[in-house]
Ligand binder design. Structure first.
Ligand code: NAD
Length: 238
């Protein structure tokens, strides 16, 4: 692993066009569970599997139950950025990293100081009324009980992409553009099984694809550099 970290360090030193693409594993060292690790959400027991509760159909049919799960399991408002978030923000400040593309909805990259953050699956910090479109902050969810309501009577929902819903095409297009132009693409803390997000790495045309994960993924063999480790520790060391 030391050799791989030295190579990553050198690639970072030599590049001014790095793009990072990450997932839930980037925030586990901040105390936010991912979905698919052994201690992740998919291994905890609920009346319904998380992908059912977090689906558009379920939300429309059972908003009360959705919000019970969502407030309990999807909001980690005391979580702080870890070494991975901080290092990525630093690299952007130094002009080396052009964008962070994330599947996370926790806002921790921005909290660490990153400016160009493309949130493929939205953010828990943005919410809106489904009837009149009025925008709300996170307080609309945390300071209410049951199903949060707008002053117009409509239901307030989080600006996060639920299962069965499409991704924002502008965010996708911008992500494709950054990845297609990247010199170094660092992919970290994602199981690469949630599509269309995972398919984005197919747009990378360079020869420095770095994969950092504490386990294995089905795309390990495609990486030019594969680092098996915790992303905060790895990025904190380069
Ligand atoms: P996932 O749960 O499917 O996979 C997480 C991956 O990260 C796993 O492969 C795991 O081995 C790896 N991992 C965990 N901790 C790590 C660490 N410290 N260092 C390196 N690797 C680590 O997550 P996903 O691929 O992002 O896809 C699931 C969906 O979950 C996404 O759509 C995302 O929106 C959502 N999600 C987001 C959050 C969040 O915002 N923090 C949390 C849970 C789930």
């Amino acid at each position: 692993m030391d050799d791989a970290i030295s190579t990553l360090r050198r690639w970072i030193q030599e590049s001014d066009n790095i793009v990072f693409f990450g997932g839930a594993g980037v925030s586990t060292e901040s105390g936010i569970p991912d979905f698919r690790s052994t201690d992740g959400l998919y291994h905890q027991k609920y009346d319904y599997p998380p992908e059912t509760i977090l689906s558009h159909t379920f939300f429309m049919k059972n908003p009360e139950e959705f919000y019970r799960f969502y407030r309990d399991k999807m909001l980690f408002l005391d979580a702080q950025p870890n070494a991975a978030h901080r290092r990525l923000a630093e690299l952007e400040k130094q002009g080396k990293l052009k964008a962070v593309i994330t599947q996370n909805i926790d806002g921790l990259h921005q909290a660490a100081g990153s400016k160009k953050v493309l949130e493929l699956h939205g953010s828990v910090h943005r919410n809106y009324c489904m009837k009149c479109g009025k925008k709300y902050g996170i307080e609309a969810i945390t300071e209410s009980q049951g199903v949060p309501r707008c002053s117009c009577g409509g239901i307030i929902r989080p600006d996060v992409v639920l299962y069965e819903e499409g991704l924002d095409s502008t965010v996708i297009q911008e992500s494709v553009m950054y990845i297609a132009r990247a010199d170094v693409l660092i992919v970290g803390g994602t199981s690469l099984v949630v599509y269309p997000a995972a398919g984005l790495i197919d747009y990378y045309r360079g020869s420095k694809l770095v994969l950092i994960n504490k386990g294995s993924t089905h795309l390990d063999s495609r990486a030019d550099l594969h680092i098996n480790g915790k992303i905060g520790e790895v990025l904190g060391a380069v």
